[in-house]
Design a protein around this ligand. Structure first.
Ligand SMILES: [Zn+2]
Length: 292
């Protein structure tokens, strides 16, 4: 199960949100048949969208969409996360891959995304027009870009960690955290947090070696008195597509095209968010009420 733990530390001067998204990222990998590096890029962005929804929205069904686009071979990544813990996402070129970095053997997410692009966040709030803010990509490793976005666009100083570990069988660990500095936080607390994170290595390594998500949180908040909220939030991969929406998408075609689809034995509609394929039958097509 994927889940999110939130809480406070250092006398309520640090707000902490952390997620284990291993199951979700593995689901995304299988659905989109992503390469190892694309899995890491998509997984970090999915995790980031879920964490960001906690920071930037208030109501259960409020959502944020993250769009990351640089000049690298993956093209772009789009992920959506909601306050109540639901996420979905996709990348333009799921097959794109690169060799691991020579310096440390890590998946080269930064190069797969590339630079000269944007990290854009759109808030989708109930009864409000969507609002988008963005920053230029700093490293395209996602966590650093998200921290930059929070600092520059939202005036929220924070530390962000995101990670995905993949082996030949699939995703073994995925997760991340945001630690938000609250008003009144002391320099000593920030220095301690910084040194803890520096000593941690990667977030997924900490999950693996330190007894899962809670172990990783305790390492990041070592000697900073982390207190978790009592209830963890269950996180789910879930798409908003449906057969009905697939049918609706075909109502924008004209009758000539409809007749072609019928003559071809039906029409396949693919949801780009989750790769679900809906085969719309000739019978359904003939009953469609076209918009044109
Ligand atoms: Zn879908």
């Amino acid at each position: 199960m994927s889940y999110l733990i939130s809480g406070m530390a250092a006398n309520n001067t640090l707000r902490v949100m952390a997620a284990d998204t291993t199951g979700i990222v593995e689901t995304a990998r299988v659905k989109h048949e992503t390469s190892a590096t694309a899995t890491a890029a998509l997984g970090r962005t999915l995790t980031g969208s879920l964490l960001l929804a906690q920071v930037l929205t208030k109501r259960d069904h409020d959502r944020v969409t993250l769009r990351v686009q640089g000049n690298g071979p993956i093209g772009w990544i789009v992920c959506e996360g909601s306050k109540d813990g639901i996420t979905r996402g996709y990348v333009k070129h799921p097959e794109a891959d690169l060799p691991a970095r020579e310096s440390d053997g890590k998946l080269d997410v930064g190069a797969l995304i590339g630079l000269n692009g944007d990290f854009a966040v759109t808030r989708l709030l109930e009864n409000t027009e969507p609002y988008t803010g963005s920053v230029e990509l700093v490293s395209a490793e996602i966590a650093e870009d998200m921290a930059t976005y929070l600092a520059h666009s939202e005036q929220i100083p924070s530390a962000v960690m995101l990670g995905v570990h993949v082996n030949a069988k699939g995703v073994t660990h995925a997760g991340g955290l945001i630690v938000q500095a609250m008003p009144g936080v002391s320099d000593a607390t920030l220095a301690k947090l910084e040194s803890n994170i520096k000593n941690m290595g990667t977030f997924t390594n900490a999950m693996r070696l330190e007894n899962g998500l809670l172990g990783a949180i305790n390492q990041a908040l070592f000697e900073l008195d982390f207190e978790a909220n009592p209830n963890a939030l269950e996180l789910l991969w879930q798409c908003r597509c449906s057969r009905d929406k697939a049918l609706q998408s075909l109502t924008f075609f004209g009758d000539v095209e409809r007749q072609e689809m019928i003559a071809n034995g039906g029409q396949e509609v693919v949801c780009h968010w989750c790769n679900e394929k809906y085969l719309i039958t000739p019978d359904e097509l003939s009953k469609l009420e076209l918009q044109a």
